[in-house]
Write a protein that binds this ligand. Sequence first.
Ligand code: RP5
Length: 160
Amino acid sequence: MTVRTGIIMGSQSDWPTMKEAAEVLDELGVPYEAKIVSAHRTPDRLWDYGKTAVDRGLQVIIAGAGGAAHLPGMMASKTRVPVIGVPVQTKALSGVDSLYSILQMPRGFPVATMAIGAAGAKNAGLMAAGILALNDPALAQRLDDWRAALSASIPDAPTD
Ligand code: RP5
């Protein structure tokens, strides 16, 4: 099966967060590749990944990083494949640093920025699935079912 989704992150330490995206893609039957690509520590890897993304068939890239989180924005500069940014929570500034680093892109190079941390990573997976579902009716059905199951799991009223 063609891998159309890339999950990239700046460090191994981002994986516990980014795993949320991977897990929801697994639930939805969406194949993906997961790679460590650091804007600062492996800039050549970032360059190659962005340069080859279209030709390799990627249709959406989820990019997570923390602190001076330049990975999503740099990837968006290098490829027209849509980039979904996940601000990883940091110890020093709670991820607000990551959020601002990813969110404030200059006009012309958008990054679809999610919430800080695990919820953002999970939503990134769902956003990627939603994009792919535009041209994949079977995935669209699985995503509709997933959303309906989530709604059905919410109780009517709180209990003690
Ligand atoms: C960023 O620096 C990574 O995305 C990570 O969130 C943060 C810290 O990396 P480590 O020092 O834990 O490798 O580039």
